[in-house]
Design a protein around this ligand. Structure first.
Ligand code: CTP
Length: 407
């Protein structure tokens, strides 16, 4: 649970998106957070404190005159124990109020009273598209950012008012993702990371082909972890059924040749290349234009293959990689003897870091176990979720990069 031990103040202001805050509260609790809900009176018009108390398992605070606190200073007590204050939904009016440092209700009072250097303030705006686009709101967002608040993005699409556009509050899962990202150390700030992920598909004819069981989950988890660590991330994905992390540039490809040309072009602007893709080693020598028909006489079609380019080995041999400007990381999907195979593969591919795993034990799963091999030795990462492993791996990669000034 990624928020274990974290104390989150969840602030609700007036807006129809309050209904999503109920589910967000549940997600935060499920992630291990202690959630203290604070609502404005306007928020209580949209959803009751009873619902939020039941979901957070704590009494909800609405008024600054609440006598439950022995010292009658809820704004001080609640803000001092918080690891973060997340206001979701955050109305246009509440942003305007924060901007001026006004403090005429408990939530705004608490935001103003929070220790600036220790308690981050995250705002999830929710409003009609005209309100979001209004110059006053644009100004307020810019100034709140300059004052140190994290103003999260907004969703676009159908709005409760019937109009269509930007300004809708992000979905609860997206807000949870943003909050988790906020807590990650920014060890890849200023770096550009290129990741290949998933299988490739090599056509035999218009209806058949060869592929493999790679789901792309490890590569997508790495893309998210690298993004959360502050990197600018590009993900070249083979055919997978996964939604790309927000803020990550995604390029979809089908074949090894397409993946090869996309990765080679992008590697020129990357500082790190992580090859998690399970690239097909061979493709049919001829992709037939018409479906191969069964003859009914027991004869099977003969298929000839040609080798696909080795994307990682070629990029690792490039001038930029050899000069140290591009750091290459390979993966080895083995069926046995991972460490020995991975050691040999690291030398064969010419990469500084190679990550071994057992292919059949991890393809399609949400967890994995890794062994990292570099010139210094071996580091085992025991079985864990792919997301947790991805965060650890990103930390290990960051440690091995030349300092930014030297790049
Ligand atoms: N790789 C690549 N291009 C290929 C084949 C592999 O970029 N044509 C990359 C993979 O993304 C991975 C690493 O090379 O990072 C090792 O892939 P793997 O399939 O384990 O190894 P192979 O090179 O295919 O060797 P073998 O099949 O002998 O295990």
């Amino acid at each position: 649970m990624d928020l274990n031990g974290k104390h989150i103040v969840l602030g609700l202001t007036g807006g129809v998106a309050c209904y999503k805050a109920a589910y967000l509260c549940r997600l935060l609790v499920k992630e291990g957070a202690q959630v203290q809900v604070v609502m404005t009176e306007a928020a209580a018009q949209f959803i009751t404190p009873v619902t939020m108390q039941a979901l957070s398992n704590r009494p909800v605070y609405v008024s600054q005159w609440d006598a439950r606190e022995p010292n009658n200073m809820a704004h001080i007590n609640l803000s001092r124990e918080a690891d973060a204050i997340l206001v979701a939904p955050c109305s246009a009016d509440f942003m305007a109020k924060l901007l001026h440092g006004r403090a005429d209700d408990l939530l705004s009072l608490m935001c103003l009273a929070r220790p600036l250097e220790r308690v981050p303030l995250l705002l999830a705006p929710a409003m009609n598209r005209e309100m979001w686009a209004h110059p006053a709101t644009r100004r307020n967002v810019a100034q709140l950012r300059a004052d140190g608040a994290q103003v999260l993005g907004v969703g676009e699409g159908d709005q409760a008012c019937g109009e269509i556009g930007d300004g809708r509050m992000l979905e609860p899962e997206e807000l949870l993702e943003d909050l988790l990202a906020y807590f990650q150390p920014k060890v890849l700030a200023g770096r550009r990371v290129l990741i290949s992920a998933g299988p490739t598909f090599e056509a035999i004819d218009p209806v058949r082909g060869i592929t493999n069981l790679s789901s792309g989950k490890m590569g997508f988890a790495l893309a998210r972890a690298a993004r959360d660590a502050g990197a600018q991330v590009t993900l070249v994905a083979g055919p997978v059924h996964l939604t790309g992390p927000r803020g990550v540039q995604r390029i979809d490809v089908l074949t090894a040749l397409e993946m090869d040309s996309a990765c080679r072009a992008l590697a020129d602007q990357a500082d790190v290349f992580i090859a998690t893709a399970a690239v097909a080693d061979w493709r049919p020598a001829i992709a037939r234009a018409q479906k191969i028909k069964k003859q009914g006489d027991g004869q099977v079609p003969g298929l000839a293959f040609v080798e696909n380019p080795d994307i990682l080995a070629a990029i690792a041999a490039s001038e930029r990689a050899r000069s140290g400007a591009l750091y290459c990381v390979g993966f080895a999907a083995e069926s046995q003897d991972v460490e020995a195979q991975a050691k040999a593969k690291r030398l064969r591919k010419g990469v500084p870091l190679l990550v071994g795993n057992i292919g059949p034990a991890t393809f399609g799963k949400d967890d994995n176990a890794l062994v990292l091999i570099d010139g210094e030795g071996t580091l085992e990462m025991p079985r864990n979720s792919k997301q947790a492993l991805a965060r650890m791996l990103v930390g290990e990669i960051a440690k091995r990069l030349p300092t930014l000034a030297a790049v």
